[in-house]
Design a protein around this ligand. Structure first.
Ligand SMILES: [Fe+2]
Length: 330
């Protein structure tokens, strides 16, 4: 199964395939030349840090056919499955399951647990330099058809954006995501565009980087109030505040969305792809039935931390964007 890349180049730009296919790693076998596994893993990390997407034809980890069939039936048999189903590996907890049947809920939980473990073991081999340092985040199952979803502007998946988590600030650490298209017939269609550093050159100032850098580190009065009331409050650094702002800014910017260079990626059935979604701009145009596992990778585990969004933005801002918040507990 392939990933088809359609590059629409603007007259003054050069098209580059953002997807790098890894063909020497397979489920059950691992790296085809085990003596090269360390070098290959290092190379894979460098590709990601350059802003590329690693692609794997067929599913490169154990994902039983019966499990996939069960997931495909979820949407059809239960029309109240409105949203993503998320699995929290650290708590072994499933959220968002609308199924009334207890045995179905148990089966779904077991499938997501198995998927999360297998995807994590797979990436621990392919991205070995990160594995000792990353923090396992949520996994999700996405049963909705993306085309035609009616969502508020900032939640729309079909507009180009980079990821930032409102509830889980990263303080410059990286959002790494592994996706698999489990739809047996339909590709999952993404758009991407110029890399993060290029978008930052064009838009960071207009999106408010300087003001956020000046005022942004530390706790807001609202969070201080929440804590005083015993409520949970996100401890956002200036970096987190800017990345949330940038996410919204890009989606609000109709001129950018309409006129920017677009690269269309068609991820075929069973294709698996991995990227840092905090730096690879992406929009999901269509597709139904995907699974995804997220990791938070510390910036100190990067091979080239200077290429990370945090360091790119700090060079523009001329100051640290995490200094105060890094000292405070989450
Ligand atoms: Fe996203």
């Amino acid at each position: 199964m392939e990933c088809e890349v359609l590059i629409e180049t603007a007259p003054d730009s050069v098209g580059v395939d953002p997807v790098v296919k890894v063909t020497d790693f397979a489920a059950g076998r691992g790296w085809s030349d085990p003596t090269q596994s360390s070098d290959r893993a290092h190379w894979c990390c460098e590709q990601l840090e350059e802003g590329r997407i690693l692609g794997f034809e067929d599913i490169p980890f154990d994902f039983p056919e019966a499990d996939r069939q069960f997931l495909l039936q979820q949407r059809q048999s239960d029309t109240r499955v409105h949203k993503n189903i998320s699995y929290r590996p650290k708590q072994d907890a499933l959220h968002g399951n609308a199924s009334e049947r207890k045995e179905d809920a148990g089966r779904l939980h077991g499938i997501m647990r198995h998927y999360s473990r297998e995807a994590t073991e797979f990436l621990a081999r392919v991205l070995a330099p990160y594995a000792a340092h990353w923090s396992l985040d949520y996994a999700s199952f996405r049963p909705q058809e993306e085309r035609g979803r009616k969502l508020p502007l900032h939640k729309r998946n079909d507009l180009l954006h980079v990821d930032a988590f409102p509830s889980r600030p990263t303080r410059g650490n990286r959002i790494l995501r592994c996706f698999t298209n489990i739809n047996p017939n339909q590709p999952r269609i993404w758009l991407t565009t110029d890399q993060f550093a290029e978008l930052a050159v064009r838009f960071a100032r207009e999106a408010g980087l300087e003001e956020i850098a000046r005022n942004g580190n530390g706790r807001s009065w609202l969070n201080a109030l929440k804590r005083a009331m015993g409520l949970k409050a996100a401890n956002r650094s200036a970096y987190d505040k800017f990345m949330l702002r940038f996410h919204d800014y890009l989606k609000e910017n109709g001129r950018f969305q309409g006129s920017c260079r677009k690269i269309q990626l068609a991820f075929a059935p069973q294709f698996t792809w991995v990227c840092f979604t905090d730096s690879v701009p992406h929009a999901v145009i269509s597709g139904q039935f995907a699974v995804e596992q997220t990791f938070i990778v510390p910036i100190n585990a990067m091979i080239h931390p200077e290429k990370s969004p945090l360091r790119v933005l700090e060079r523009f801002a001329g100051r640290s964007l995490t200094a105060d918040a890094a000292l405070q507990p989450g």
